[in-house]
Design a protein around this ligand. Sequence first.
Ligand code: 89V
Length: 341
Amino acid sequence: MRTLRFAIFGAGFWSQFQLAAWRELRGVRCVALYNRTRAKAEDLAHRFDIPAVYDDPETLLSAEKLDFVDIITSVETHAHLTTLAARRGLPVICQKPMAPTLAAARSMAAVCRKAGVPLLIHENWRWQTPIRAVKKALDSGQLGTVVRARIDYAHSFPVFENQPFLRDLEQFILTDIGTHILDVARFLFGEASELYCQTRRIHPDIRGEDVATVMLRMKDSVTVACNMSYASRWDFDRFPETFIAIEGTRGGLSLGPDYTLRLVSEHQTVEKRVPPPSWPWADPAYAVIHASIVDCCRNLLRALQGRAPAETTAEDNLKTLELVFQSYTSAAAGRAIRLHP
Ligand code: 89V
């Protein structure tokens, strides 16, 4: 199969891991890099042996022969860069969150639909090894009918040190982590029919909310509580692990600290560890996330090669974003929101 050539837009903190992840896959090669500040692109290009560097995206798109672009810039630039690529008929992979508002995300999807190019979202959380293991156990049917679940992401890790822009986001934890956690809720339990959200800001030196609690009623009546926080200090604080607990009529399933999966049924408890693969380039503090980048990129690459459907298309991700932005509406109004039938 022909090697697909792509360009990366953005040379910030995340790009180095995404580039390292792409390099683990066969049949794809990054041939050009754009960043507003050229020196940053040059540095990254040197580290990853990328032949061409640009500080203007249009010049890059005119000069390079590409099969797709991978956008890893700040969220407010996604729509513009997506439009530039779509106009040239190029498929787009865009980092989460897709856009700063639901309307902007919808119009990005419409631009790509009109241009006839795929818009795929790099939503990696659902690709984490332990979360895939939860999905597999859930789908085995051993829990009986699922009644209720909890998804917890509650930490005190100083994320603002590696990603200082997070400090300035007016809408913080729901757009940054809620996109992931609410996507996991959909991945595991399907679509929601109603939500209720409360938010708080605990860190005094940030603009947005750093604690959010979203309660979802799923279409099949399962209740899912999503607890997200950067103001929680547990003695098993294990950033960035997600803990999950699922109650079913015939058993309980939990994903706990250190990737421990437990399936409790009437007569037995089965426990096993479901750790992520370890990649030499991954930052140990982000290991489970960085490993999921490889699996997310693999799925998106297969889709671009026409070998498998993408899980996280823009159309799919709009449903996650609807939960994110309706959570803000609910928190501001102090009431539950009914979602589209
Ligand atoms: O992956 C992410 O979405 C992040 C995190 C804080 C986990 O690095 O922003």
